[in-house]
Design a protein around this ligand. Structure first.
Ligand code: FEO
Ligand code: CA
Ligand code: CA
Ligand code: CA
Length: 662
């Protein structure tokens, strides 16, 4: 899985570990590693489909029952599954096309230079599609499902895959040279987000290169801090004595599109970008320790003082927020909405509650961190877009406490309530928000197994929480909502808010699915018996609900060693007898995780983001060595010898048209 990726000497892979504060520093072999060793043996036996491998752990009767269940069907998804496995290409279910729509470096404007990886510059990158696409959203133009704005986050950069001449192999080990200032500038320009007009023509999606709303946002774009933290002393810097103006957004993981059609970029692993040391006894020490700041994985501080906390100690407080972008005006100033809290935001997917207030669900992706929701104070006005533009500056942030009896409480993070007082270091609401994790710690929130995407389902009223894994949870730390020690494969929690009201402060929850190979008894996975050897998965990360109200889950961290399969997109039944039946629809090339996913409002297109392809390959027998620019485990999607691997957004459509999986 990701956290044991052998290529971890490349620093961006280290970031993926989310191995922040509060984790166990011991090197004991975990259950995940023991199971992983089994998978690598099974991989050797010709993939995880090997009948002998399955028969070794499952009784013949169970296999017969599973065959019967499969024959009986019951899934609401209609397609022929892809075969799980590992190779250097993508694969989609038969009868579907998976067309690459946007690749790293693709021109986005009429005047953009063509992509030349040997002559890349920050100026070119600012006019081209960024690196490591993550969140994908679609904002229809004039209500069309075939014409709209695609909004895409660019989470991070992998210099060893991006830049020629950076890596040398010494005694079989990859060594990466320090980045030049020019390369750091390219990294900064490759971060952020893309807004680009797209249109379906004769059944195929095209980029509208001269779209007047096309825009690149980078780690240098001017943004405003808004809400309760704006102007606070703790966010003032030498470049911004007002504490209201920030340059850039970093590590935009998942995100969201609001009901009023703005684009949400969620800042996740911000700790990696900061280096240096706080002065002895600095008042931000506890705050930064709780977020793992500084981590120093990126080399930006070598060229820009603001990333050195010894020189600019407040700069990290200006990151870790949710950013809202008005896509209708390409000159609009993106706003960091501080009322929604500061942590390692995976995403912020939203839904309009019965009374018109809007509820945003947010995961804080770190081992033992929390599930949050934000409820706006004001109500959504469907008739007047402008009236909604500052809804995110005022509302209540809650953190979840999952009780053993299947009930759930949302605890408000409000200054003056409970322990959130000056005696405990919170002089006002700004302190509660800047130190969201510290405040949630005091409230006794439930420590989860890395909360990733959280998706409300407007059709059923249920909410799905992806918990990707937590190899550091010890047996004595197991609880009802996180029931497996050394949770290598993650699980999915389903929430039903009281009275079907998304603003409710109480609800019920249950575990919908424990992930991993159901044929290995020690894993304890709970896929339905109708789930095939291709259909199970581990490490759920992003998810989507299609227009029919069905759940789709994409994964991060599988691979030859961890599960004998690459990451991909799985269709997961949530209702009736087929509940917890999962089917593989699409899978990615070696080294990649799958982000997005996103369905157009007509369910005729699924957009998926293939992130960090070729980041890894040592544990794949067919490659078996470090993967880097000159020697890549895959050159997806171009497969040209002079073209590096390129993270890309893929549009999946049914051949001949029609709704997906119907
Ligand atoms: Fe950026 Fe939590 O994945
Ligand atoms: Ca993610
Ligand atoms: Ca999602
Ligand atoms: Ca992840």
């Amino acid at each position: 899985m990701t956290e044991h990726r052998p290529d971890a000497h490349f620093r961006t892979s280290l970031l993926e570990e989310n191995d922040g504060p509060g984790t166990n520093p011991t090197d004991n072999q975990t259950m995940g590693e023991i199971i992983a060793a089994r998978f690598s043996r099974r991989g050797f036996l010709q993939g995880s489909l090997a009948a002998t491998a399955i028969a070794a752990t499952v009784s013949p009767l169970a296999l017969i029952l599973a065959d019967d269940a499969r024959a009986g069907g019951g899934s609401v998804f209609s397609f022929d599954e892809v075969e799980a496995g590992v190779d250097d290409k993508h694969h989609v279910a038969a009868g579907y096309d998976a067309d690459v729509l946007l690749r790293w470096g693709d021109p986005l404007f009429a005047d953009s230079p063509d992509f030349d990886p040997t002559k890349q510059s920050a100026q070119a990158q600012e006019r081209q599609f960024g690196y490591n696409n993550d969140y994908v959203g679609f904002i229809p133009i004039d209500g069309s499902a075939e014409h709209g704005l695609l909004v895409v986050n660019h989470e991070y950069t992998n210099p060893h895959l991006m830049f020629p001449g950076l890596v040398t192999i010494v005694d079989g080990e990859a060594k990466q040279a320090p980045l030049s200032k020019e390369q750091v500038d390219i990294e900064i320009a490759a971060h952020g987000g893309t807004i680009v007009e797209i249109r379906k023509v004769s059944g195929k999606w095209q980029v509208v290169r001269d779209g007047k709303l096309n825009r690149r946002i980078t780690a240098n774009t001017e943004m405003a801090l808004s809400g309760p933290v704006a102007g606070h002393d703790r966010v003032k810097t030498s470049a911004d004595p007002t504490g209201t103006k920030v340059f850039g957004s970093i590590n935009n993981c998942a995100g969201g599109v609001t009901p009023w059609g703005t684009y949400i970029m969620a800042e996740e692993n911000i700790h990696g970008y900061f280096s240096g040391e706080l002065q002895e006894g600095h008042k931000e020490a506890a705050n930064y320790k709780r977020l793992g700041i500084p981590d120093g994985s990126y080399e930006w501080a070598a060229h820009y003082d603001r990333f050195d906390i010894g020189k600019e100690p407040n700069e990290p407080n200006r990151f870790g927020w949710v950013v809202e972008v008005d896509v209708n005006d390409p000159t609009s100033v993106p706003r960091k909405r501080t009322a929604m809290g500061r942590f390692k935001h995976e995403g912020a997917e939203s839904i309009v509650a019965k009374d018109g207030r809007v509820v945003f669900y947010q995961g804080d992706d770190e081992r033992f961190d929390y599930v949050y929701k934000f409820v706006t104070a004001g109500k959504f006005n469907a008739e007047d877009r402008a009236a909604n533009m500052d809804l995110l500056d005022d509302g209540t942030l809650y953190v979840a406490k999952f009780a053993e009896d299947g009930t759930l409480e949302w605890l408000p993070l409000v200054h003056g309530q409970g322990p959130l007082t000056a005696e405990n270091g919170f002089a006002g609401q700004a302190d509660v928000l800047i130190g969201t994790r510290l405040a949630a710690d005091l409230l006794g929130a439930t420590k989860m197994d890395r909360p990733e995407d959280i998706q409300p389902n407007p059709t059923t009223g249920k909410v799905y929480v992806m918990l990707t894994n937590n190899s550091k949870r010890k047996t004595e730390q197991v609880d009802a909502a996180n029931p497996r020690a050394e949770n290598a494969f993650g699980h999915i929690v389903e929430i039903v808010e009281d009275g079907g009201d998304f603003t409710a402060t109480k609800g019920k929850w249950e575990i919908m699915l424990k992930c991993g190979d159901p044929s290995v008894a020690e894993v304890g996975a709970t896929f339905s018996t109708a789930t095939t050897a291709n259909g199970w998965f581990g490490m759920p990360d992003n998810c989507a609900i299609d227009a029919a109200g069905r759940l789709w889950v994409s994964t991060d961290g599988q691979g030859p060693k961890a599960t004998g399969r690459t990451d991909g997109l799985w269709a997961v039944d949530t209702e009736g007898e087929a509940r917890a039946t999962s089917k593989l629809f699409f899978r990615v090339p070696i080294g990649a995780e799958l982000c997005g996913p996103l369905f157009t409002p007509d369910d005729q297109t699924a957009f998926v983001a293939v992130q960090h392809p070729a980041d890894g390959g040592e544990d794949w027998e067919a490659f078996g060595r470090p993967s880097y620019y000159e020697d890549l485990s895959t050159r997806w999607p171009d497969f040209k010898p002079d073209m590096p691997v390129r993270p890309s957004v893929v549009a999946i459509t049914k051949q001949g048209g029609g709704k997906i999986a119907v």
